[in-house]
Write a protein that binds this ligand. Structure first.
Ligand code: ADP
Length: 198
């Protein structure tokens, strides 16, 4: 809700149906959540590229990328993580309302933040759990962040000294511990297509 009482929402003259008929697919949010190095960015970027090839309009909202711009003022404290997810939830909702397929790649460790992301979207929202346990993620450690966190150089690192709340009823689970990248990408693309194609 706006803080200022002088704000009034303006209605669009373009309907959801109008936007869908322009693109031949619906907008929607595919919210990837999981530990750092579980594979969110890798799968999101591959799926975005594959959907582009097929003529579908997808866009990835990526955690590290938004923290370089929109959210560059935020830290990794619980409070700032919440604000980070609040902002990107609103952005994802706007993009999906515009008719885009939004694939978001954020650790989004807290259940409440993910529930809020679903609540603020007028377009369909799908929670996708990228499942890989801490041992697997730590073994991969593509950016060396787990090593730094274990050495105490990074504080509030999810899975080490900050909690991750596992999704209780995700709409899709991609088990990257037991599936290779290709299998997970295929499953993600199939799921997205089944939900957005008209
Ligand atoms: P996140 O965005 O969740 O932090 P990234 O996609 O940045 O994770 O990193 C995941 C890393 O794990 C990548 O280097 C990727 O190549 C590697 N990886 C190894 N096996 C898999 C798999 N089965 N699924 C996804 N990523 C995998």
């Amino acid at each position: 809700m706006p803080k200022n009482p002088n704000l009034t929402k303006v209605n669009h003259l373009v309907s959801k149906q109008d936007r869908t008929s322009n693109k031949d697919h619906r907008g929607g949010i595919f919210w990837l959540t999981g530990l750092s190095a579980s594979g969110k960015s890798t799968l999101a970027m591959r799926a975005e590229a594959a959907l582009q090839e097929k003529g579908l309009h997808a866009y990835v909202l990526d955690g590290d990328n938004v923290r370089c711009g929109l959210c560059r003022d935020l830290s990794f404290s619980d409070e700032d993580r919440e604000e980070n997810i609040r902002r990107v939830s609103e952005v994802a909702a706007l993009m999906a309302d515009a008719g885009l397929i939004v694939i978001s790649a954020f650790i989004s460790p807290f259940k409440l933040g993910r529930e809020n992301a679903r609540a603020v979207s007028s377009a369909p929202f799908h929670e996708v759990y990228i499942k890989a346990d801490i041992e697997t993620c730590e073994r991969r450690d593509p950016k060396g962040l787990y090593k730094k966190a274990r050495a105490g150089e990074i504080k509030n690192f999810t899975g080490i000294d900050s909690p991750y709340e596992v999704p209780e009823t995700p709409d899709l689970v991609l088990d990257t511990e037991n599936q290779d990248i290709e299998q997970s990408v295929q499953a993600l693309i199939e799921y997205i297509e089944s939900e957005v194609l008209v």
